[in-house]
Design a protein around this ligand. Structure first.
Ligand SMILES: Nc1ncnc2c1ncn2[C@@H]1O[C@H](COP(=O)(O)OP(=O)(O)OP(=O)(O)O)[C@@H](O)[C@H]1O
Ligand SMILES: [Mg+2]
Length: 231
């Protein structure tokens, strides 16, 4: 694990609404994440996990606080730069996969590369590479309906890693999966982390997922109540 501080957040707050009825979804959260960490964010329903992840992935803005990625303060960047960063540097895996049903696994992965302006041939090659990394060799031509839940989620992971993101975010990626498929997905994350040093921040509320990660941050009512680094 490197010593590069890839993420620093200081006193991060996110309020929904204003005045007396404001929901303080995040109420002052501070931590640093080093390159190569695999972090689980845990906590009860409503504790602020998704809110935190969306801000870290630049899908939402904090109400207050400081957020830096590799020393660059992203909280104050203009929207155009934030979108560019989001598109090219941030990998995000959703609970419900967010795949396009009419497209094959390979096409789902390569649409993003095409958007970045790469050629079709180059994009296709990158997509096949990414699919191989998640153990989907030979299934590139299947559409989502022809894949299991775990395989669909692995296509979504391939799509996220195809752009070689600085940081990969996943919000309850196993929520719709049985234990067996969950294990396959978590094994893929673990391998990406160990083999390629991919920094991963994953929201989960399954205690058994903790064995796959090397750090657990726990939220409660919008604040961090524990931060355990496993040895
Ligand atoms: N768009 C919104 N408008 C108003 N309140 C919101 C909004 N999104 C989230 N909240 C509130 O903010 C708090 C934190 O929500 P968040 O989705 O971050 O929780 P979570 O920890 O991800 O929960 P879960 O485990 O159920 O996914 C909750 O009280 C929620 O009701
Ligand atoms: Mg959530």
């Amino acid at each position: 694990m490197g010593t590069v501080k890839i993420i620093i957040v200081k006193d991060l707050k996110r309020y929904y609404g204003t005045g007396k009825t404001a929901v303080k979804a995040l109420n002052g959260v501070s931590f640093e994440i080093k390159k190569g960490e695999f972090v689980a964010i845990m906590g009860a329903s409503g504790s602020g996990k998704t809110t935190l992840l969306r801000i870290l992935a630049l899908l939402d803005d904090a109400t207050d606080g400081i957020y830096t990625i590799r020393g660059l303060e992203v909280s104050s960047l203009p929207e155009a730069e934030r979108s560019y960063y989001r598109l090219t540097q941030v990998g995000y895996v959703f609970q419900d996969y967010a795949l396009i049903n009419e497209m094959s696994a390979a096409e789902n992965v390569y649409v993003l590369s095409m958007m970045e302006g790469k050629s079709k041939k180059e994009s296709y090659r990158t997509a096949l590479e990414a699919l191989a990394k998640v153990g989907l060799n030979g299934k590139h031509d299947r559409v989502p309906d022809e894949l299991s839940g775990g395989e669909k989620q692995r296509v979504a992971i391939a799509r996220a890693i195809a752009k070689k993101p600085d940081i990969m975010f996943a919000d309850e990626p196993c929520a719709n999966l049985d234990t067996n498929n969950s294990k396959q997905v978590l094994d893929v994350f673990k391998e990406l982390n160990e083999k390629y040093g991919q920094t991963i921040i994953m929201v989960t509320h399954e205690p058994w997922h903790v064995e796959y990660v090397n750090r657990v941050i726990t939220l409660e009512d919008g604040i961090m109540i524990s931060d355990e680094i496993k040895t």
